[in-house]
Design a protein. Structure first.
Length: 475
């Protein structure tokens, strides 16, 4: 069966729920290892059909290269987070079998989201993902901050769901169908685009903007990032963002590609506000997790630049940026997860004072990630920003490229401030030195990728072009 990765993940989650209570010793650890193995097997199942195209389940879902590529990124991100949980987690409140199972359920929902070819299947998939994430954010039950973050995330997520359903009802009112293929065919036959359709698309875009933390719908992001356990923050900052961004691309480019004049303006506003809010909002932050929440908003704004023209080269740029964003952001949170003083986790910027003297290897790795996120050549972040800005210039969006450059310059300040604190300030209250070898190996690999990717741009351009072609060939 072609849809086997998602089915395999879902049945694995159900199996782990059943066998978990019967494991007496270190049940959470064994289930986490099994979950990690499940994710790796699913990765091979995705690769097996990466160049296959087929619509399945009465055209509710579609299998194509674009979806397979995004699923691969989701699986890689989830596998790294599970591996980090095994080797570096210090929060004993997370040591329960439900944790990896919820991760697996949210991953299943995200993979279904990416493959959805119908508003109904997209909605159900989003809810499967969201419900699992709400629980994960509030998973540390004895931590008041985690519970508060979970409530905030749930309330805003529920609002997002209501907005999505209202927009969906307007689109259904226009065409009498929720299927992307049928909507696309119906739009092509219209002489004039009805206002109610544009309003419906706007409502769904608002809902999806809440999911990806695009400003001005970002209000939940800093509080949830700060309050959630760090390992969950690492997961939230990467994997759901990639899935939601892929959904926005598929939703706009395929069924509503003909009305790009209307939704392109909305994406333009979201891009500008996200870049400015993300770069300016981070300047006064003192907590690392809040700072990188605003950093995420800024990067989302950059990626939205590629979506404004709705062209194939723009989607290629976004796909490359998503790959690079994965290895940059995960690396940052591995370092944050390793920060502790007297075996108590810390996440304040001032805690990094004099970190190079205390732990040179970790400080150098963090510096690599900071330079990369700031877009300093020759690191990977420079490649991502360069390609996106090139798309803006090629499509005569010069003002948007200028705003992107300005926001990057502002963002460089708070990235370089962290480097300054680590390398040039001195502190009498040092962090714990002990970091296990597995964490160091993971950081070394991620740092190496950030340094070397720029030397092989053609590979990533060709890969992104091939998977993007499948998305546009449907139109």
């Amino acid at each position: 069966m072609i849809f086997i990765p998602e089915i395999f993940l879902a049945f694995s989650a159900l199996l782990f729920i059943l066998i978990g209570p019967f494991i007496r010793k270190n049940a959470y650890l064994l289930v986490t290892y099994l979950t990690l193995l499940t994710v790796i097997v699913a990765q091979f199942l995705v690769y097996k059909d990466i160049f296959h195209f087929e619509s399945i389940f009465n055209n509710f879902f579609v299998i194509d290269s674009f979806g397979s590529f995004i699923k691969s990124l989701l699986l890689i991100g989830t596998a790294i987070v599970l591996y980090i949980f095994i080797i570096a987690n210090k929060n004993t409140q997370l040591n329960r079998i439900e944790f990896p199972i919820l991760i697996l359920l949210s991953l299943t929902g995200m993979m279904l989201m990416v493959a959805s070819n119908d508003i109904l299947s997209l909605f159900l998939s989003m809810e499967l993902q969201s419900l699992a994430l709400y629980i994960l954010v509030a998973f540390a039950r004895e931590d008041r901050n985690s519970s508060e973050a979970g409530v905030k995330y749930f309330v805003l997520g529920s609002l997002s769901t209501c907005i999505f359903l209202f927009g969906s009802s307007l689109i259904y009112a226009c065409f009498g169908t929720t299927n992307f293929s049928e909507i696309s065919g119906a739009i092509n036959q219209l002489n004039e685009i009805p206002l109610i359709l544009i309003i419906g698309v706007v409502f769904i875009l608002v809902s999806l903007s809440l999911k990806i933390s695009a400003a001005p719908f970002h209000m939940w992001t800093p509080d949830v990032y700060q309050g959630a356990p760090t390992i969950i923050t690492a997961y939230l900052s990467v994997v759901p963002k990639i899935a939601s961004f892929a959904v926005i691309i598929r939703f706009l480019v395929f069924p509503f590609g003909e009305i790009i004049v209307d939704w392109g303006k909305i994406i333009l506003i979201l891009s500008i506000t996200s870049m400015l809010v993300g770069s300016l909002g981070a300047l006064q932050q003192k907590d690392l997790k809040r700072l990188f929440a605003y950093s995420t908003i800024n990067h989302i704004g950059f990626m939205l630049i590629g979506l404004v023209p709705g062209s194939e080269d723009g989607i290629i740029a976004i796909c490359i940026y998503l790959m690079l964003y994965l290895i940059m952001n995960i690396g940052v949170f591995v370092v944050i997860l390793s920060l502790s003083r007297d075996n108590i986790s810390v996440s304040s910027i001032k805690d990094l004072t004099g970190y190079f003297t205390n732990n040179p290897f970790m400080a150098v790795c963090m510096a690599v990630f900071m330079f990369s996120m700031a877009g300093i050549p020759p690191l990977s972040g420079f490649l991502g920003k360069l390609i996106v800005l090139n798309v803006a210039i090629d499509n005569n969006l010069i003002f948007l490229a200028i705003i992107g450059v300005i926001s990057s310059v502002i963002a460089a300040y708070y990235y370089l401030r962290i480097i300054k604190v680590m390398f040039f300030d001195s502190s009498s209250d040092e962090l714990d030195i002990k970091v296990n070898i597995e964490t160091k190996i993971l950081l070394a690999v991620l740092s190496f990728l950030n340094i070397t990717i720029l030397f092989y741009p053609k590979f990533f351009l060709d890969l992104s072009a091939s998977i993007t072609f499948s998305l546009f060939s449907v139109n």
